[in-house]
Design a protein. Structure first.
Length: 318
């Protein structure tokens, strides 16, 4: 399972799978019965939901709009000519962002599927002349900013209304190149998130890797004051290895949630004021994606062969 979305703060969730299907299920049922939604031809790596609309993005380059109640397709858009890696939706549910290995971020009208604008700033090739990938995107809480991040550790902050590039932030440690054995690279920024007040931008990936055939490096998070271009925090994983696949800030910036993994998985909470981990646990699988409900007390996570639900204890959140 590669992506997850939650329906209207309920226990009804949708998951995108490597078999090209989107599945709908009640995550809290005693015996969940996934209902398949057919439409994509390959990995479903992006899912977002707003009201009755669900949008999925895939390796096949297509975006599909669904009615989340009836599970019927509303429209299909040939959105990118390469793998769609991630989707994001702004807070008022009017705009959808998609990023792809064609190195373009496209902004879409969520209501009718029309293209609003394209954001181009990431290089198509790595410094070693291999194809790059555009892995991650996220809106700020007020919807005025969008961040996109790529394989070589570059994050760009955009002004949504104008499409203007506002900042470039570099995290070179998250990109590993092997010039001798494999002539290949690994890593990249896999997740981005703005703090609630939009002053900070967190990016997640992995540290330097010795053997690029494996995700053997510890997880890594860097946080920037993006307007100043200054790195304010660095968190090198002290226990868990692999990629940070998802980052979510608490709506009042009380903590930062991170999840990911290698062949195993992890979930972590960070206190930015104290610059420390306040909670971390092993996940039962590599976590590819997660969402938090509106009450911020329940986490739904999708990963290798499993959907996992965590309940957060508000009394212990601080």
């Amino acid at each position: 399972l590669l992506s997850v979305a939650q329906l209207n703060d309920s226990n009804q969730v949708f998951v995108g799978s490597s078999d090209g299907m989107v599945y709908s299920l009640d995550a809290m049922a005693d015996k969940p019965e996934p209902l398949a939604m057919e439409g994509h031809q390959s990995y479903v790596t992006g899912l977002v939901q707003s009201g009755e609309l669900l949008v999925s993005g895939s390796f096949d380059g297509k975006l599909i709009w669904w009615n989340s109640q009836t599970r019927e397709q509303i429209r299909t858009v040939d959105a990118h000519h390469k793998w769609i890696r991630q989707l994001a939706i702004n807070q008022d549910g009017t705009m959808l962002a998609s990023v792809s290995d064609d190195m373009v971020c496209r902004l879409w009208n969520l209501a009718d599927g029309s293209l609003i604008k394209e954001l181009k700033g990431h290089a198509e090739k790595t410094p070693h002349h291999f194809p790059s990938m555009l892995y991650a995107c996220a809106f700020s809480a007020d919807g005025s900013l969008l961040a996109t991040a790529d394989r070589v550790g570059l994050t760009i902050v955009w002004e949504v209304e104008t499409g203007k590039e506002l900042a470039r932030l570099e995290s070179p440690i998250m990109y590993t190149w092997d010039p001798k054995q494999r002539i290949h690279s690994i890593g990249g920024i896999r997740s981005v998130a703005f703090s609630a007040d939009r002053s900070l931008l967190a990016v997640g990936g992995t540290g330097k890797i010795n053997n690029i055939d494996h995700l053997e490096a510890l997880s890594r998070i860097e946080i920037f004051d993006w307007e100043k271009g200054e790195r304010t925090h660095e968190f090198n994983g002290d226990t868990y290895k692999g990629l940070v696949e998802q980052l979510i800030f608490h709506p009042e910036d009380q903590w930062l949630l991170a999840a990911g993994g290698d062949h195993n998985g992890f979930i972590k909470f960070y206190d930015l004021a104290e610059k420390k981990v306040i909670k971390q646990d092993k996940a039962p699988m590599h976590v590819h994606d997660l969402v938090v409900n509106e009450a911020f007390d329940t986490i739904f996570a999708a990963g290798h062969g499993q959907l996992v639900v965590w309940q957060m204890d508000a009394a212990k959140s601080d």
